[in-house]
Unconditional design. Structure first.
Lengths: 129, 164
């Protein structure tokens, strides 16, 4: 409650704290394919993510709304968007994925945030001259 | 001390195929349900639900099945039951579906529900009788039900007359 001042009615204010209110979570991930074979294109990348979800979490997991916002075939890195309630399922599925077309692979999650803007800067890869 | 809570799911196997009765076995059903959980909820769901999952009771005549699972994963189990579509046994594959009747915390509550449910089912079957013969048959078998005192708690099997 704000203080009442000089005979005026007290200005009432209300404080609201929203925890985990963001609708989506964003992940910057990189796929590591140590063998020098053909790289997946964007559609194959999305298929790989959905396959990972289907293996660990079944049809319910595969139906999770996941979007590939950006994808770079050269570096095999992408920004994924997932509904906040599905973050744990997606991250665990990416962690436990081991094979892409019978080739060994691994997903590295570089950054994650409920705000897309936060993924634009990465203090880990910051180079100080 | 967190007590080990379990949930008991009572369901019935409904099928138009008369050979389905032979397929209703605990191993067959257990496999079919585990397969459905794997399809719907993946490896994680299967591992979650498999902890203390068993088929506790089966009645092939009425198609009643009692399943047991952990309290934490009964929702995974219940949501996967509609995806059981066939029962495979001895090379036979019968289409069927599982109808969930009741979820209880103990076997006793499920038993109480089942007794009540069977009573109402018998009444319904009696009403749906098409001819007098069937009616007499049902009435006779009902009146001849008895509770044998030797066994600890088993009552008489309340068979239906097979016309589902």
């Amino acid at each position: 409650r704000g203080p009442a001042g000089r005979g005026m009615a007290a200005a009432a204010f209300e404080r609201r704290v929203l925890r985990s209110a963001a609708e989506h979570h964003y992940l910057r991930v990189r796929l590591e394919l140590p063998d020098g074979g053909a790289r997946p294109n964007a559609a194959q990348f999305k298929q790989l993510v959905v396959t990972a979800l289907r293996e660990l979490h079944g049809e319910v997991g595969a139906a999770l709304p996941v979007d590939v916002l950006t994808y770079e075939e050269k570096t095999l890195s992408a920004i994924l968007r997932v509904i906040s309630s599905g973050l744990v399922k997606l991250w665990s599925a990416l962690t436990l994925l081991g094979f892409y077309q019978n080739r060994r692979c691994a997903f590295r999650v570089l950054q994650t945030s409920p705000f897309l803007l936060a993924l634009s800067g990465n203090s880990r890869e910051l180079v100080l001259d | 001390h967190a007590a080990l809570s379990r949930r008991y799911v009572l369901c019935e196997v409904v099928s138009e195929d008369p050979r389905c009765r032979q397929c209703i076995e605990d191993r067959v059903l257990g496999l079919a349900i585990r397969d459905a959980i794997t399809r719907v909820h993946g490896d994680y769901g299967l591992a979650c639900c498999s902890i203390s999952f068993t088929v506790k009771y089966l009645n092939a005549y009425t198609g009643t099945v009692l399943l047991r699972c952990r309290k934490d994963s009964y929702r995974l189990l219940c949501s996967a039951l509609p995806f059981v579509r066939h029962l495979e046994s001895r090379g036979q594959r019968c289409p069927c579906f599982l109808n969930t009747l009741h979820v209880g915390g103990t076997i006793r509550t499920c038993q109480k529900f089942l007794i009540q449910y069977n009573r109402t089912q018998l009444l319904r079957l009696l009403q749906n009788c098409t001819n007098e013969e069937e009616r007499q048959c049902i009435q006779k078998s009902l009146l001849s039900c008895s509770l044998t005192e030797e066994q600890s708690e088993s009552g008489d099997e309340e068979d239906d007359d097979g016309t589902e």
